[in-house]
Design a protein around this ligand. Structure first.
Ligand code: ZN
Length: 274
């Protein structure tokens, strides 16, 4: 509501005008509102984090299809064969030995989250900061904790501690079992990009509530799921989304997976946390 609305809402004519405007806005969508909010960016996600926790490691969505929905994001590959980073429209496949290469278009994913990254906010970091400090900084500038924010941190890192999931064979273990004793790699004094999302608490189980970031080095030849990091200097770009496109599997193990949320938060902390 504008200031003039508040002033002139008392006469019957103006009340009618307001009512008519409201009706039209509800039917058509108020162009002024749309302008203020900017274009609605979309998150596209295949399957859910809860399904991954329960060992649903095979999906039908190909990388070629995934890339029609976004140019930025993260995920994993069928059989849990490594971590995924999507950056500048290229999908990278990160293996458990720490190496990375562009994924094959016909590779498939059981879980991935992508968006069209259009930075609406930028923070320049010029002094070393740990993960907690970086997160606090982002939390301070985002317009709302109830929207989904794609986060891209490009710079030099004193260290990045990563893990990369390993290819599994059926019958598949749960994600907690699959990531137990996981190999970790620490990159030191390296340049690269952390790519991922800050998801609202209410998304726990659909995604990872809070921060979920994957690392890809500047040569785009190594990386992994980021457990911890120290950013020396760089740029944090944020692309906020308010539309959520969740694509669920229509066949396979997902249909009978146990997706109860009781122990999910604890399982996600164990498998995704630092
Ligand atoms: Zn991850």
């Amino acid at each position: 509501m504008t200031t003039s609305d508040q002033h002139d809402q008392h006469t019957p004519t103006d009340r009618f005008r307001r009512w008519a405007r409201t009706m039209i806005a509800h039917r058509l969508g108020d162009p002024a509102d749309r302008h203020r909010a900017g274009p609605a960016h979309e998150i596209y996600q295949s399957s859910t984090m809860g399904a991954l926790l329960d060992g649903v490691y095979e999906g039908d969505v190909t990388i070629a299809e995934l890339l029609t929905h976004g140019d930025f994001g993260l995920g994993t590959f069928n059989r849990l064969d490594g971590e995924m980073v999507v950056l500048d429209g290229i999908c990278y496949h990160l293996w458990s030995d720490g190496s990375a290469a562009p994924a094959e278009p016909m590779d498939r994913t059981p879980f991935a989250v992508v968006t069209r990254f259009e930075p609406q906010g930028n923070i320049r970091v010029t002094k070393p900061m740990g993960r907690a400090e970086v997160i606090a900084l982002i939390d301070k500038v985002i317009p709302s904790a109830n929207l989904v924010h794609a986060v891209r941190i490009t710079g030099t890192f004193g260290s990045v501690r990563t893990r990369t999931v390993m290819k599994q064979t059926p019958p598949y273990p749960s994600l907690v079992q699959a990531t137990e004793g996981q190999a970790e790699t620490t990159f030191t004094d390296t340049a690269g990009t952390l790519a991922g999302f800050r998801s609202p608490d209410y998304e726990q189980g659909i995604s990872v509530a809070g921060y979920h970031l994957h690392f890809l080095d500047a040569h785009r030849g190594s990386g992994g799921h980021a457990l911890d990091f120290r950013l020396d200097d760089g740029d944090i770009d944020i692309s906020t989304a308010s539309e959520f496109h969740l694509s669920l599997p229509r066949s396979g193990k997902f249909l009978n997976a146990d997706l109860s949320t009781d122990r999910m938060a604890e399982q996600i902390r164990r498998t995704e946390g630092g």
